[in-house]
Design a protein around this ligand. Structure first.
Ligand SMILES: Cc1cc2nc3c(=O)[nH]c(=O)nc-3n(C[C@H](O)[C@H](O)[C@H](O)COP(=O)(O)O)c2cc1C
Length: 288
């Protein structure tokens, strides 16, 4: 069967927090397992590893102890990922986990990113975490609680209830003083719109993009106080907004390629931000 367009998958996806509670259909589990072993290269070349843990019919033991502090009900699967610290490893992790989420969406499964609300030590045991690795986030997966849920993402996107920032706050031309509208974005209007619809931690939407001739520069605008939140530090959370950037790169690249727009990710050293900067350069898509 032909895979649906990635723009459909991005519009359809939403954070599902209530699942049917029965095991994920065997053929979908198989397809997800296959996806885990056929990951695309990530933009910065890191290779985090991922595993899928699922409950079986009449046997929930695989998921025992995998807690989500009551935020998620009835999920019968989790994608767990482990990453080694290296430059841009969190962005690559975000990119690949989102790629897997879109694969799960194409299998008509619900998903929800979990960056904070999961019991780290139990998930660490499941993936056999090495001392040099961390688990930046996990993803809950499962069959939808009701068939109507499968359309929830579409409906809220159409009804405008997705609470996304408007274009003029996200996309710019040459510098941050000149907002870019859809007309000026030309063929790249759709890849940018897919960035706008991306999930982000606490829905903060920290991605900012500047167009400069044949370059699209991606920046992370850190939410003030977000990183320094004492609870986040206590829980040992990574900088979740860097995962958000990886998700944005994934949506942009997949949509651009699907639209026949070729390019590649590069890093322009002169754009690198000083350490601690609130607005941090991530990467540039160079049109080819
Ligand atoms: C990196 C990341 C971490 C997240 N962590 C959590 C979490 O711990 N708990 C939760 O319920 N949702 C979490 N979310 C889901 C966001 O709250 C959600 O993506 C955002 O509110 C937008 O809603 P949508 O995904 O339905 O479009 C996370 C999302 C991302 C991208």
């Amino acid at each position: 069967m032909k895979a649906p367009p990635v723009t459909d998958l991005i519009r359809r996806r939403f954070s599902c927090r209530h699942y049917a509670g029965y095991p994920i259909a065997a053929e979908k589990q198989q397809a997800l397992q296959t996806a885990l072993t056929h990951l695309p290269p990530a933009p910065f070349g890191n290779q985090p590893r991922f595993c899928l843990i699922t409950a079986d019919e009449n046997d929930n033991t695989a998921l025992r102890g995998l807690g989500t502090y009551g935020f998620i009900r009835g999920a019968t699967g989790f994608i767990i990922g482990a990453s080694q610290t290296a430059p841009n490893h969190l962005e690559d992790f975000g990119y690949l986990m989102e790629w897997l989420i879109l694969r799960a969406t194409s299998l008509n499964l619900g998903t929800c990113w979990l960056g904070g609300t999961f019991t780290k030590s139990k998930f660490a045991q499941k993936i056999g975490l090495y001392s040099y690795e961390t688990i930046p986030a996990v993803t809950a997966v499962g069959e939808f609680f009701t068939p109507q849920q499968a359309r929830q993402g579409w409906i809220s996107a159409l009804a405008g209830s997705r609470h996304r920032l408007p274009w003029h706050l996200l996309f710019f031309e040459r510098d941050f003083d000149h907002p870019l509208d859809e007309k000026q974005a030309g063929k790249y209007a759709i890849p940018l719109e897919m960035v706008r619809l991306a999930p982000s931690a606490s829905n903060k939407q920290p991605w900012r993009v500047i167009k400069d001739r044949n370059h699209w520069h991606f920046y992370l605008q850190h939410t003030p106080g977000y990183r320094a939140d004492p609870l986040k530090i206590l829980l040992g959370l990574c900088d979740l907004q860097r995962l958000d950037m990886g998700i944005a790169l994934c949506h942009f690249e997949l949509t651009a390629r699907e639209s026949g727009l070729s390019g590649s990710w590069i890093i322009i050293p002169e754009r690198q931000s000083p350490p601690g900067a609130q607005t941090r350069y991530t990467a540039t898509w160079r049109i080819e």
